[in-house]
Write a protein that binds this ligand. Structure first.
Ligand code: TXA
Ligand code: MG
Length: 321
């Protein structure tokens, strides 16, 4: 198992040596390595079992530092950076050649973000290279939101996990770029679209795998528990599966089912707070995946604000691989 701690100097030492360290961010934990080292980046793909056609996000500590890695920083995207960094926003920017092909899967743009987490920002400030970091889960599985989640799945493959507690946002960053002159969202995430539109006006959303095959985070089946994960109307599904004699677990927004044991159901937010639901979504999916239930039943959240990003993850988790 990996060592878990808060030692930034130790994390830096390992990263400087080309090794991998798991880092906390406000969205999910990342599996980080020196983004300018093809060797370290190759190690990330290997540890995650990730196909090399799936490009990585690079993380740094300030807008000024980004300039060293990109050819151009369009005004409209810079506005978003100024407003939302550090935060759950990733920008696609034309890359300089200093960024290895492996990071971008050969694409012309590199994904960049400044995460909002005190420990990780301090680490990034101490480094003279950016960190490439995908979510620290095996490819296709649920993203980790605690150091313990990372340890359970990648602990054998990495020396150190920087422990920053539970992730405050709980959903991966919103990915934004420019396409045919329009500000375009490529992945719904922890930054609500209405906040982005508040700064740059109406934006396009292109969040479908069919039209965007080069971004496997958008593959139809992703973020998936190992158990069957069934999405629908819980008022119908629960009695139906109980009748079949199945051992079920329920992941709801607010609903509670008296006919089910307490340990076999999780309400993401009994009070109906969508941010709270986002924050505990992935850890709740994990808990139920590890429960003795045979099947997990779940429902969509209200399709507004962060509810859209949550529903995106739920649909992909429910899609048959
Ligand atoms: O919140 C996050 O973004 C987390 C934390 C650790 O920062 N990271 C994360 O990374 O979610 P990952 O690798 O699990 O997802 C990154 C997504 C993938 O779907 C990838 O295809 C897309 O970003 N992506 C990365 N670079 C891209 C590029 N140059 N063009 C298009 N899509 C890109
Ligand atoms: Mg991921």
């Amino acid at each position: 198992m990996a060592e878990i701690g808060k030692d930034i100097a130790k994390a830096k030492q390992l990263l400087d040596a080309g090794l991998l360290v798991a880092i906390p961010t406000e969205t999910v934990y990342g599996l980080a390595g020196n983004a300018l080292s093809p060797h370290a980046v190759a190690g990330i793909f290997e540890a995650k079992n990730r196909p090399s056609f799936d490009p990585l996000i690079i993380h740094t500590s300030s807008i000024e530092k980004v300039e060293a890695y990109v050819l151009d920083f369009p005004e409209v995207l810079k506005k978003l950076a100024l407003k939302f960094w550090p935060g759950p926003l990733t920008l696609l920017l034309p890359r300089k050649n200093i960024i290895p092909d492996l990071v971008t899967s050969g694409l012309d743009r590199v994904a960049v973000r400044v995460p909002s987490h005190a420990l990780t920002l301090e680490l990034l400030e101490s480094l003279d290279y950016p960190l490439a970091a995908p979510s620290a889960n095996p490819f296709g599985y649920i993203s980790p939101t605690t150091a313990q989640h990372v340890n359970a799945q990648l602990g054998e493959r990495i020396p150190y996990i920087l422990d920053g507690g539970s992730c405050q946002v709980g959903l991966e960053s919103t990915i934004v770029g420019i396409e045919n002159g329009d500000v375009t969202v490529y992945r719904l995430g922890g930054l609500d679209l209405s906040e982005i539109e508040g700064v740059v006006g109406p934006i396009k959303v292109r969040n479908h795998s069919s039209s965007n095959p080069q971004a496997p985070g958008l593959l139809e089946s992703h973020y998936a528990p190992r158990k069957p994960f069934v999405l629908g109307d819980l008022e119908i599904l629960v009695p139906q599966y109980l009748k079949q004699g199945k051992e079920i677990a329920v992941l709801s927004f607010q609903k509670y089912f008296d006919e089910l044991a307490k340990d076999f159901q999780i309400q993401l937010s009994p009070a109906g707070d969508i941010r709270e639901a986002a924050q505990c979504l992935f850890s709740s999916m994990r808990k139920l995946d590890e429960s003795p239930a045979e099947v997990i039943l779940t429902e969509l959240m209200p399709e507004k604000g962060l509810g859209r990003a949550i529903n995106d993850r739920l649909r992909r988790a429910a899609a048959q691989g």
